[in-house]
Ligand binder design. Structure first.
Ligand code: GLN
Length: 453
């Protein structure tokens, strides 16, 4: 714990941690030492972790990357972080993120962007770590923590993992409790780990997951021993390669990596089969209707009365307006406007209802291939390697949204997806592959991801 706290202090330039909690870390480490000495070690005894600042932590400020939560100190602990502490993990601090997890580069954080520890060969230009879990990915990649919690609504675990050469899994919707995690889009949000290896992710997810009556969408299923599943290998599995993911303009090196990944799986004993997921191209536009719609509703609670920031006004309506105008950043305001628009009386059927129908079609595409014998699906994790800070932040927002083309389908269908580092591009930056699994079959994903790793 002390070595990691020192590493964090030496790497403040990355802006990965919003808050360091050294006292809590050392207290927890002392308990871990005692447990170890007594021969009573719990599964994660003494392992130092970072927590994305979207998870509420008891008595420790939680910002969601937003000014609107200024001064908010939860008097409860998120289910996921609670489970980690129950198993002996040590909290190092709270990690930076895009504001309310809206973004793909960590540049929407109200507390400044995160800098990736990676650089392009021969260049000092700072790169984004991806987002929204950019602090989590950068901290793991820079070895400031052994692993980190993250959340994924449309790709926020898998895309930053791919950009930083780390492993990240978004489990099946319902595998982890959402209780005590600040909500973005409730029907899509899932927690999961980012860590350096597939094995570390398997170990962390086992602790994070599990039934919780406080989240009615949390599955009442036992949590498998994911680590034990690693030894299964991929012999006998059928891996699908969806042709619709061969998008126009995909860099040749991503295409090559994807083929290489299929070769590795084949060499390890899997059968590779081309498949079709016909509604894939509708996923991104439908996601950018469903996610803002849910966000606009979830963010209605930040009114200056119940949480954090309050900017005084002449009456209560003015106070709401002043607070929300000052407290939310540009991207969050954009999402709230899109969300309220698509939910408004005249447009609800044209946008929201149609997006929900598309969501069903996407889900059926996956059900069809799984019923046809496919065990997991291999795709690239992202359409490019990490880009430069500022390179896309001021462009058309749609350009940023395009980062999610390969990941949002998984959230729309509620499936598990893992991003695993698979190689470097010509400039020496990490590239990741994604494996998509059947509902509640993270075990197959872990086994297959290890064959690529
Ligand atoms: N980049 C996507 C968005 O901005 C996904 C974010 C996420 O998964 N939290 O909505």
């Amino acid at each position: 714990a002390q070595a990691h706290l020192d590493a964090i202090a030496a790497a403040r330039g990355l802006n990965a941690f919003l808050l360091e909690t050294p006292e809590r870390a050392l207290d927890m480490a002392a308990v871990a030492d005692a447990k170890l000495a007594a021969g009573e070690a719990r599964p994660l005894e003494g392992l130092p972790l970072g927590i994305k600042d979207l998870f509420c932590t008891y008595g420790v400020p939680t910002t969601a990357g937003s000014k609107i939560l200024e001064g908010f100190q939860p008097h409860y602990e998120s289910a996921v972080s609670h489970n980690l502490w129950r198993d002996g993990a040590v909290m190092l601090g709270k990690l930076n993120l895009d504001e309310f997890a809206m973004g793909s580069s960590n540049e929407t954080s109200a507390f400044g962007n995160v800098v990736s520890p990676w650089r392009r060969g021969g260049s000092d230009a700072p790169l984004v770590p991806g987002g929204s879990s950019g602090g989590s990915a950068a901290a793991v990649a820079a070895r400031l923590c052994l692993g980190a919690t993250a959340t994924d609504t449309g790709g926020s675990i898998r895309q930053p993992a791919a950009f930083t050469g780390t492993v990240g899994i978004k489990p099946t919707y319902g595998r982890c409790s959402r209780w005590g995690t600040v909500a973005f889009a409730s029907s899509l949000d899932q927690a999961g780990p980012i860590a350096r290896t597939v094995r570390d992710c398997a170990i962390l997810l086992r602790s994070m997951a599990g039934p919780d009556p406080r989240d009615t969408t949390c599955a009442d299923l036992p949590v498998p021993d994911f680590e034990a599943a690693l030894s299964r290998g991929v012999k006998g599995l059928t891996i699908g390669i969806p042709r619709e993911y061969r998008v126009d303009g995909m860099p040749a090196e991503i295409q090559r990596l994807w083929e290489q990944g299929a070769e590795w799986l084949k060499a390890a004993g899997a059968t590779i089969r081309e498949i079709s997921l016909p509604h894939t191209k509708l996923a991104l536009p439908a996601y950018y209707i469903v996610a803002p719609a849910e966000a606009s509703s979830n963010l209605a609670r930040y009114d200056g009365v119940r949480y954090g920031l309050r900017v005084p006004g002449k009456d209560i309506a003015d106070m709401y307006e002043q607070t929300r105008a000052a407290g939310f950043g540009r991207e969050v305001k954009r999402r709230i406007m899109i969300g309220t628009y698509v939910l408004s009386a005249g447009y609800y059927d044209a946008y929201y209802v149609r997006a929900q129908k598309i969501r069903t079609l996407i889900k059926r595409d996956f059900e069809t291939v799984y019923a046809d014998g496919i065990d997991a699906i291999l795709t690239p994790a992202t359409p490019s390697a990490a880009f430069g800070i500022g390179e896309k932040a001021n462009a058309d927002p749609v350009e940023m949204y395009l980062n999610d083309v390969f990941t949002v389908t998984v959230n729309m269908a509620g499936l598990p997806g893992i991003a695993v580092p698979a190689g470097l591009d010509a400039q020496g930056l990490p590239l990741g592959l994604q494996l998509i699994g059947r509902p509640f079959d993270e075990e197959t994903l872990f086994a297959a991801a290890q064959a690529i790793e």
